[in-house]
Design a protein around this ligand. Structure first.
Ligand SMILES: O=c1[nH]c(=O)c2[nH]c(=O)[nH]c2[nH]1
Length: 293
């Protein structure tokens, strides 16, 4: 008799690099994804006894992903939904799971029919968590580098013996936006919603004076919640990519915020979660998302 109990599990094939070319006409389309499938359910016997009768092989999960891609992708969220439907309906003991995708953006070289370059700076992300009939979609992106050359400051912070940072009401603000938002519905045109939310976030980054990156995160979150009723929560993880004005006094030059040293590290790391007023949060759906978001 063991004194160890299985208290949770999920398993599958991670990071299936999947490229799908649509070539019905001479003008090809490319979809480039990194797909992870993980099943949840009754896998007790596999862990306790080495009985694999419930263990849908990770190799089979991988093959399913590539096979389903033969019929098209559409959007990462729709593709993950097809996988979730398949695994939960084909195997009684699979009660849910977690399916995730990253999508890399490509554009045509000079409008060429079948020649592309990696274009979108950001990587799109999608996660589908399924528990019985309950489905939660969390989508987002990372790696969207943005910068505003003014209309940002940082003043009013506490000063102690360790404080050397001068206050400023005119600085560069730069960050690599990583964010994820939780949809409150699956009845969404996911591709259109993704583009619209990304646009809202980018416009909000520059729309108002920023008193801190924390303030900017709130401004972006507020714009998303106001303009996108399909979203109930949004989380951000954003480095403050410091740009320090370079001291040019040794060459008798002034520097009215024109020459900067772009510091690589350390960087501020500013993270926050926001939710629509009155909306239920769904912390369990966020479990497994590495880092803050
Ligand atoms: O926008 C900022 N937020 C901070 O918390 C912070 N701390 C700091 O040194 N500079 C900044 N800038």
């Amino acid at each position: 008799m063991s004194n160890v109990t299985l208290t949770g599990s999920q398993y599958g094939k991670a990071e299936n690099r999947l490229v799908r070319i649509t070539r019905d006409t001479d003008r090809h389309e490319i979809e480039d994804l990194n797909v992870t499938s993980q099943l949840r359910g009754d896998f007790d016997a596999a862990h306790y006894e080495g009985d694999n009768s419930h263990v849908v092989a990770t190799d089979t999960q991988k093959n399913t992903i590539f096979s389903f891609a033969r019929d098209g992708i559409g959007s990462p969220e729709e593709f993950l939904h097809r996988l979730a439907e398949h695994f939960t309906s084909s195997f009684d003991w699979v009660s849910g799971g977690r399916w995730a995708a990253e999508q890399f953006g490509w554009s045509r070289i000079a409008d060429h029919d079948h020649t592309f370059y990696r274009s979108a700076p950001e990587v799109r992300t999608a996660v589908l968590v399924r528990d019985g009939d309950d489905e939660t979609y969390i989508s987002g992106f990372y790696g969207l580098t943005v910068l505003k050359s003014t209309a940002s400051g940082f003043v009013g912070y506490p000063k102690d013996p360790y404080t050397t940072l001068p206050e400023t009401e005119d600085r560069i603000m730069a960050t690599d936006i990583a964010c994820r938002w939780r949809y409150n519905t699956s009845d969404v045109d996911f591709n259109a919603s993704y583009e619209a939310i990304k646009k809202t976030i980018m416009e909000a980054f520059g729309a108002e004076y920023s008193k801190a990156l924390q303030h900017t995160l709130f401004q972006m979150a507020e714009a998303v919640v106001e303009n996108h009723p399909e979203v109930d929560e949004i989380r951000f993880s954003c480095p403050n990519k410091h740009h320090f004005t370079s001291d040019l006094s040794h060459t008798n030059q002034d520097n009215p915020n024109v020459v900067f040293y772009a510091a690589d590290r350390p960087y501020g790391l500013i993270e926050a979660n926001f939710a629509r007023e009155g909306a239920a949060t769904k912390d369990e759906a966020w479990v497994g998302i590495a880092g803050y978001c």
